[in-house]
Design a binder for this molecule. Structure first.
Ligand code: ADP
Length: 282
């Protein structure tokens, strides 16, 4: 069964105006014949504009593949992906590269900062490459939102991991992309620095109107989102609005292989307290 998940929030203007990205009957298969692996199995999803969406699921469930397909970093086997009203499936390489550069922001687990540039230069680099002038007032606001004022002249080596990831967040926000995709953006940070970065992502949604999609397996990270999508075997099998870390964990346990599908305690009698912040059994 394929679960169709649509956007429950009222449309801002009308119809698609409230949807930043859409997947329609997306299939992604790797290999062929006996070695064929279906990573995404007829996925339908709407990503709401101006909201923070987390994608969760067990390892191998298709989270990264879904994010990569939504972001135009990978091709689909069949189905359609839209960024706003632009269908990106079928776009030629050059157009897709330009669309990614102009309309999409990325934050990865590795901060991917250039060591010889200072924080400000790293933040504006994608715009410099694209030949776009940064909007100074917006840049100031972004820098303030992610708490980097006073550190803009620092090189990455002079910043903590959390501060480096804040630079990467600011870099993604600076170009005002329609949507930002994060792949385990706090995966390399300790819990305090991770909480700070997640707080800034949350602020960028609440105060700057940014749309964010984040892959994570951390229930605490997911609790910063407005909505959590759960993947299993390449399908969206559940979702949750206004999540808390405990509710996310409980749902993960229920959906985990071995969970019986009725309560958190089902999974080998474990409770949320038996799991660490990254969802692993302690
Ligand atoms: P997740 O991010 O949830 O861990 P992935 O999206 O990375 O899951 O993978 C989904 C499935 O697709 C897995 O079975 C994985 O082994 C398979 N897969 C992912 N990338 C490739 C690839 N490049 N070649 C073959 N199989 C792949």
């Amino acid at each position: 069964m394929t679960t169709a998940v649509t956007n429950p929030w009222p449309a801002g203007n009308a119809g698609h105006a409230a949807v930043a990205a859409r997947a329609r009957q997306v299939v992604k298969a790797y290999g062929s014949g006996e070695t064929r692996v279906v990573a995404l199995d007829r996925v339908d999803v709407d990503i709401a504009r101006g909201r923070f969406t987390a994608i969760m699921g067990p390892s191998g469930s298709g989270k990264s593949t879904l994010m990569h397909c939504l972001a135009g970093l990978d091709t689909v086997s069949s189905g359609q992906i839209f960024i706003n009203d632009t269908e990106i499936t079928g776009l030629k390489d050059k157009k897709l590269t330009r669309l990614r550069r102009d309309r999409i922001g990325f934050i990865f687990q590795a901060f991917n900062l250039l060591p010889t540039l200072n924080a400000l230069e790293n933040i504006t680099l994608p715009m410099d490459i694209a030949g776009r002038r940064p909007d100074r007032a917006w840049l100031d606001r972004v820098v303030e939102t992610v708490g980097l004022a006073g550190r803009l002249k620092h090189r990455p080596s002079q910043l903590s991991g959390g501060q480096q990831q804040r630079v990467a967040v600011a870099r993604a926000l600076a170009a005002r992309p329609e949507i930002i995709f994060g792949d385990e953006p706090t995966g390399n940070l300790d819990s305090r620095a991770g909480a700070e970065v997640l707080g800034f992502l949350r602020r960028s949604v609440d105060e700057l109107g940014q749309t964010i999609v984040m892959v994570t397996h951390d229930p605490v990270a997911a609790s910063y989102a407005d909505r959590v999508l759960y993947l299993a075997d390449g399908r969206i099998v559940d979702e949750m609005y206004s999540p808390t870390a405990d509710l996310v964990l409980e749902r993960m346990l229920r959906l985990a292989p071995g969970g019986t599908g009725t309560s958190a305690a089902d999974a080998a009698g474990r409770t949320p307290a038996d799991f660490d912040a990254r969802g692993r059994v302690s």
